[in-house]
Design a protein around this ligand. Sequence first.
Ligand SMILES: [Zn+2]
Length: 286
Amino acid sequence: MTFLHMRFPEGKTKAVTLSYDDGVRQDLRLAELTGARGMKCTFNINSALVAKTPGGGKLTYEELRTEILGKGHEVAIHGEYHLAPGTSRTLVGLRDALNGRLQLEEHLGCIIRGMAYPNSGVTRFTGGSDYETVRRYLRDIGIVYARSLGGDNNRFALPEDWYCWIPTAHHDHPDVLDWAREFVDMKINELYLDARYPRLFYLWGHSYEFDRNRNWAHMEELCDLLCGKADVWYATNMAVYDYVTAFRSLVFSAAGTICYNPTLLDLFFETDSGVFRVRPGETIRI
Ligand SMILES: [Zn+2]
């Protein structure tokens, strides 16, 4: 065996995920737009800013339950009051993230472990905290990934650090349509062996920007480009995290010819010999 690369569910080589912030009313239209195309979006919500009554600028917990979670999208933490950990004292940043988690879980009745950093996030530190401290307290309070920003690129890479998950692009990045075309046109299994690792296209933004910039049509064009591809898995941020970390729990013999799956997910990888599926609890020969 000269190579072994992770594959997404059903052996797919690529994944697409989206992340949209602040729990605004336009999220309902975005959830509909993406859901109709079989895509999954993570919506990042400030727990203290959720609306008490429907019809205003922000969503209610009932709307989050039925229109977001109920439609297969994800709700993630965006702080209690939208405070950037980098510009907050350690205790304030920690409290904002923890209260955000406690309140979302209490109102939505499910476990929430994902996060998108509010504001400048961890891109600059002026509040007396530092990145290692933030990463440690997020891990301590049960948050497993946090989306950052500021590094748009077309590497389509999985995150090296789950607490500094850099998306592919904001939806208004001038190159985003070109990058989306490059992504969907990419034939992973025609690349040289070492380059056949899985690719992720990760889009982020705020859905109110589509109203402000009158460019819902741009988002439709982008989603039309990305949706419905046989080699692409459409997943929330948390589903990507769960799958990748489960994959990293696979146990291999020293020669790499036996593989045991100790997780509860069906896992896939590809070697010179083809695509393999390992079911939960199963041991296979490669
Ligand atoms: Zn925000």
